[in-house]
Design a protein around this ligand. Structure first.
Ligand SMILES: [Zn+2]
Length: 280
């Protein structure tokens, strides 16, 4: 899916925030109502096979789910991993012959990339951020998933997302992943910050019907982790889609997932009030 091809209303502006190794654009869609307003950032498809998360966010924008938010700006980093998504969607033919051998090798010898999560360099981008980097290593070498990279922010995608987020200075971030219908917000924050972030997460749980789970011990190098640790803001990972569904989750499940997320804007407003009132 080409993000530019989706018809957005004039309120939404498309920004290119970086390019991948294979020269694909990393895109943010912004809705800036007033430059003085604070911003919530949404991120989707940082894992290649989790395409449904970009479909979800686009559906939410198209169907006006954010229209009632009048006192905040919004930014959507759509398809944070375009090389990986292309590889997962189209397969080897989206890449030149000279790159194919390496890609197959990283994929354990298989030409089926439907379960691919990493970028096209075999780095799991959601382990590549500078937040307890390298604490949990799933793979020691480039692979479909679990390889954290040679160092934090080794990847162009990670650097683009970090730079953009630092520029925007969001008051909160929401990272959409799949699957399991769970929400994660813990990343070793304590005291008033923990209380604040729990309030925010509880509201998202109430509105979506998803369950909160603490996975901080097994989490590291994620975008949410980095936002919590470095920016000290509430940051959520929302895992959409029932655990019974198989990866990659198909579009036939979009309506049900949409239904559970269509009122998330209310939780964003609630979060903003909590953040404003909490001194940390
Ligand atoms: Zn994921």
């Amino acid at each position: 899916m080409l993000v530019e091809a989706v018809g957005f209303s004039q309120e939404y502006k498309i920004k290119v925030i970086g390019k991948t190794k294979y020269k694909r654009k990393i895109i943010a869609v912004e809705r800036v109502l007033n430059k003085a307003f604070d911003t919530a950032i949404f991120l989707s498809s940082i894992h290649a096979r989790e395409n449904i998360t970009t479909d979800l966010v686009l559906e939410m924008i198209k169907r006006g789910c954010f229209d009632e938010i009048k006192d905040l700006n919004l930014a959507f980093i759509l398809m944070a991993n375009p090389d990986g998504v292309k590889l997962q969607n189209v397969g080897l033919r989206a890449f030149s012959k000279k790159d194919r051998k390496k890609l197959v090798e990283m994929n354990g010898g298989s030409e089926d990339f439907s379960m691919w999560k990493a970028n096209a360099r075999g780095v799991d981008l959601n382990n590549n951020f500078d937040a307890r980097f390298g604490t949990n290593v799933g793979s020691k070498k480039p692979a479909s998933q679990g390889f954290v990279g040679k160092c934090a922010s080794s990847e162009k995608e990670t650097r683009a997302i970090v730079k953009y987020t630092r520029k925007i200075k969001p008051f909160m971030t929401v990272s959409y992943h799949c699957k399991g219908e769970e929400i994660y917000y813990n990343f070793f924050q304590r005291g008033d910050r923990l209380k604040r972030d729990k309030l925010v997460a509880d509201m998202f749980a109430k509105i979506t019907g998803y369950k909160i789970k603490n996975v901080e011990k097994s989490s590291s190098g994620g975008y949410k982790d980095w936002c919590v640790q470095k920016l000290k803001i509430p940051a959520l990972t929302i895992e959409v889609g029932s655990d019974e569904l198989l990866h990659p989750i198909g579009r036939e499940n979009l309506e049900e997932i949409f239904d559970k997320n269509k009122n998330v804007a209310n939780a964003v407003e609630f979060a903003y009030n909590v953040v404003r009132k909490t001194k940390v």
